[in-house]
Ligand binder design. Sequence first.
Ligand code: MSP
Length: 521
Amino acid sequence: MDKYYLTTAIDYVNGAPHIGHAYEKILTDIIAKHYTQRCDDVFFLTGTDEHGIKIQKTAAAKGISPKELCDENAQKFKDAWKALDIDYTRFIRTTDEDHEAIVQKIFKKLVEKGDIYKHSYEGLYCSGCECFLNPKDLTEDGLCPDHLKKPEVVKEENYFFKLSKYKDAIIKHIKAHPDFIVPQFRANEVLNQLEDIQDISVSRAKSNVQWGIDVLDDPEQSIYVWIDALSNYITALGYDTENPSDMFKKYWPVDVHVVGKDILKFHSIYWPAILLALDLPLPKHIFAHGWITIDETKMSKSLGNVISPTGVLESFNLTIPDPLRYYMATSAPCGRDGNYSDDDFKEKVNAHLANSMGNLLNRTLSMLVKYFDGEVKEEFKADSDLYKLALDTVKKVKTHFDFFEISEAAQEIVQLVDVTNKYVTDNAPWTLAKEEKMTECGQVLTTVLEIMCVVSALIYPYCPNIAKEMARQLSFDLNTKLDDLTCNNIKTGKLITKEEIKPVFLRVDSELADKSQKVKA
Ligand code: MSP
């Protein structure tokens, strides 16, 4: 594997980021960090989707310019991702000059090719979705099913993209590549949607939507948000219709687009059609994650249950984002909906990260100090069945990541920690020490420390700060690639002193939870 290119959806900036936006960025960052452990060159793209009628209206209501609103809110997204240790390579904004210029060229190329044509149209527009809706998809009351709002009747002369021309090619591609859409059960939904697919509007009249990229040679029209937004995945790499950059040649096709289930249609139908029209290869995978509810209820401004990810960190007084990252990443099996609840959050991170994993390392190092003054002796190094299990776990984790099973991969790590805890209980190194079976006692402790090196590597994508602290205490090099991982990392000699042992994660204190602080996204 010589490169790995992955992207998130780009978020609308009419508000601050909420925990649903954060869920996707955490999942993608975990995949990115995992792949940095497998290849040297990972490009992780995220950003914000800034044009469209909704931004125009929100800005007008606030009495500021759309650009001012975008600047203000895009910064909130960047700040949140920093607090969550989301290490993107580029944060693209659809108002970036390089992006806007290339989108205009893409549009022009498709017009020249005859894949975009002008047509007078009357349709039902949902500004929440920023798209025209098919009347058959509305609720019984004529509302948008996602936003529960009545769509506007819009009559305009627009440019249309010949989506129908690419229908058969996309159906063929989906059928021939069962791993194109992940999880696979979503592929059938997409195939059904493809059945009655029609050409789509790709511009809006400037008289109705001013906040958009101008169509070159036709200043009366602005490019419609989805073609603008989807193109970010190639403009960010310096794609150019005439002379694509070296970066584009290196990273395209993308290895995975990570998106929410609600926008899978745009990514698995519209976007592949645009790419085919541009004669570009299709994405390798599109991973559609599920949605996060709050206390089993859909998040909504009217219910006042929209949770800010940084609000969660603040209300639990967390100085590192690791517990929230871990909790979110394990909140649902691949592609299914997950849930956030304060109680569940506390319970899970305390059980998994503090009690099981953190304590295991802490106890083991403390015993090494108590019985051996922190020294690992040559005779402590012995083979163990646990080593095979640990290296098998590495393989299983890799396979799960190949299928974007982030939560399932974490379960394998938890299982390895559980088995190791049981190994300590069964072998009771404290009893061995009492019986003065010191070599055996040292062997048990060293075995556990070897496993913890593997655990620190595997947990790193989820909990980078905890993993670094574990690795520090184990003198283990966290930059070790997963394929080079062995169970021979602990060096003989003095490993640690009493003062150097620190809990890697302190239990989340339930007293600190102040719900009112969190409801502020
Ligand atoms: N701007 C478009 C995406 C364009 S991608 C070329 C958009 N923006 S969004 O802000 O509405 O959503 C951004 C991402 O956040 C989407 O993938 C969406 O599914 C995800 N989520 C929004 N709310 C969510 C939850 N409650 N739970 C999980 N993810 C959710 O769509």
